[in-house]
Design a protein around this ligand. Structure first.
Ligand code: GLY
Ligand code: MN
Ligand code: MN
Length: 451
């Protein structure tokens, strides 16, 4: 049996542990009450909504994915008898006939392990009861104007009752600062999900590679990716897939995906699925006809060597910037060797002349968000890498036509992107199953054509 098709085992223990960790951090930050709403549903056009996706912070702490929900965490004295309280939509059999199942407060409390649960319509009244005399309010200030106003109104109500002896929290702190630093290091449950979505996404890339041929359209290849994501249980693509043939590969955020694929061009695919709210982020670049030309192979091999150097730089105690620096040295020397750049390595580095061909950085954090939460610096220094962090390694080279650039390289755009988990020894590339050596790509595409 293909067990990769079975639903993930769902335990709500990891969510409970994360709420406990948040409570510890709140205790260290003066105690108080945290209010963490999920995201709002968004209308797309008349009577149609964008597919709903729960807020990443809210999901991280609850596993609860219904809209119209709020998590409130109240820290007891010295952290003892702290409470996690969910506000969610009430059971409503009439609405459930139209829109589907709702847990309702009682069901949600039992299944997801909250201490208390109430209907979301009770939220404002309950908050007015809970807010007085809390030393600190933890909230995502500035994230959502509607929520900012709602929280301001609640605070003003308490302030307005000061003659009754009630005090509003004197301190308001951004709860995202704590949650971001928690989310930066993934726990075992998160890593298991990320490995699984990585496996689905590498298979999607292989499927797309096998399908690609001159005359097919970019959107047909995109459909192959989406088919594999959805077939294997992903809720969504983690971001709009980039399927960029020929010159389109030199447009970094190309999402038109509506052009025909031409014999002799490269195809750049940047795509990853999202599973249980966790993203994968993979790029492969390969020839539409299955055979790299000499110039394509030169640029591709250079980017691959830069990626290998960057991956070798991922290990505990290295910093976030080390993989980028490693990739950059290889790339810039290679650009000089290919006569894309003139002058010395030092000169190109100093003048940043390489930015014509490599204008983005090599990594970002990856997790629930494709550009995940977490600071990149500690004070003035780049963040040190520690086991459990997940980052992408994605060097590239994008060559637009220009008089001073050898014509043979015009419109070649290459990016190679993998997802790395920092381990105690170095790193684990969880997306390694998608071929990236020239001979492996060519062999796979030959095999797909049966020759
Ligand atoms: N797919 C988005 C990125 O690579 O950053
Ligand atoms: Mn990326
Ligand atoms: Mn990407």
């Amino acid at each position: 049996m293909d067990t990769s098709q079975l639903p993930l085992e769902t335990s709500f223990e990891p969510y409970r542990q994360r709420r406990h960790l948040l409570i510890e951090r709140m205790v260290n930050g003066g105690g108080g009450i945290a209010v963490i709403p999920t995201s709002a549903e968004k209308a797309r056009n008349r009577d149609t909504h964008f597919p709903y996706r729960a807020d990443s912070y809210f999901q991280y702490l609850t596993g609860f994915t219904e809209p119209e929900a709020v998590l409130v965490v109240v820290v007891g004295k010295a952290g003892v008898s702290s409470q996690s309280i969910l506000f969610c939509r009430e059971k409503n059999l009439e609405r459930e006939i139209w829109d589907g199942f709702r847990h309702g407060p009682e069901g949600a409390r039992e299944i997801f392990g909250f201490d208390e649960a109430h209907t979301v319509s009770e939220f404002d009244d309950k908050l007015a009861e809970m807010l007085p005399d809390q030393p600190v309010l933890w909230f995502s200030i500035g994230h959502d104007t509607g929520w900012d106003q709602r929280i301001s109104a609640a605070l003003n109500t308490v302030r307005g009752a000061s003659r009754t002896g009630k005090r509003a929290p004197a301190t308001i702190r951004d709860v995202r600062a704590e949650l971001d630093s928690m989310r930066l290091v993934k726990d075992a449950a998160e890593l298991a999900t990320m490995r699984r979505v990585a496996a689905i996404s590498t298979d999607a890339h292989i499927r797309a590679m096998r399908f690609t041929a001159p005359g097919r359209f970019e959107y047909e290849v995109e459909a192959e990716l989406l088919h594999e994501f959805r077939r294997r249980g992903c809720e969504f693509p983690a971001y709009t897939s980039i399927v960029a043939g020929g010159a389109n590969a030199c447009v970094l955020h190309y999402v038109g995906n509506d052009q025909v694929l031409r014999d002799g061009d490269l195809l750049l695919i940047d795509a990853g699925g999202e599973l249980n709210g966790y993203a994968s982020d993979i790029t492969r670049s390969f020839p539409v006809n299955g055979r790299f030309s000499g110039a394509q192979a030169d640029v591709y091999q250079l980017v691959l060597e830069a990626q290998v150097a960057a991956i070798a730089a991922v290990r505990p105690s290295a910093t976030f910037a080390d993989p980028h620096d490693a990739a950059l040295s290889v790339l810039v020397q290679g650009m000089i060797d290919l006569k894309l750049l003139q002058g010395s390595l030092n000169q190109a580095m100093e003048e940043e002349s390489y930015k014509r061909f490599y204008m983005h950085r090599t990594s970002h954090w990856l997790g629930k968000d494709v550009h995940d939460a977490g600071e990149y610096k500690e004070g003035e220094n780049w963040a040190p890498l520690t086991p459990g962090m997940v980052l992408t390694i994605e060097p590239g080279c994008y060559i637009r036509p220009a008089d001073d650039v050898p014509e043979v390289f015009w419109n070649i755009g290459v990016r190679i992107e993998d997802d790395a988990v920092v381990t105690s020894m170095g790193c684990e590339i969880i997306t390694a199953a998608a071929p990236k050596k020239i001979e492996d790509i060519e062999a796979l595409m030959r095999d797909a054509r049966g020759n």
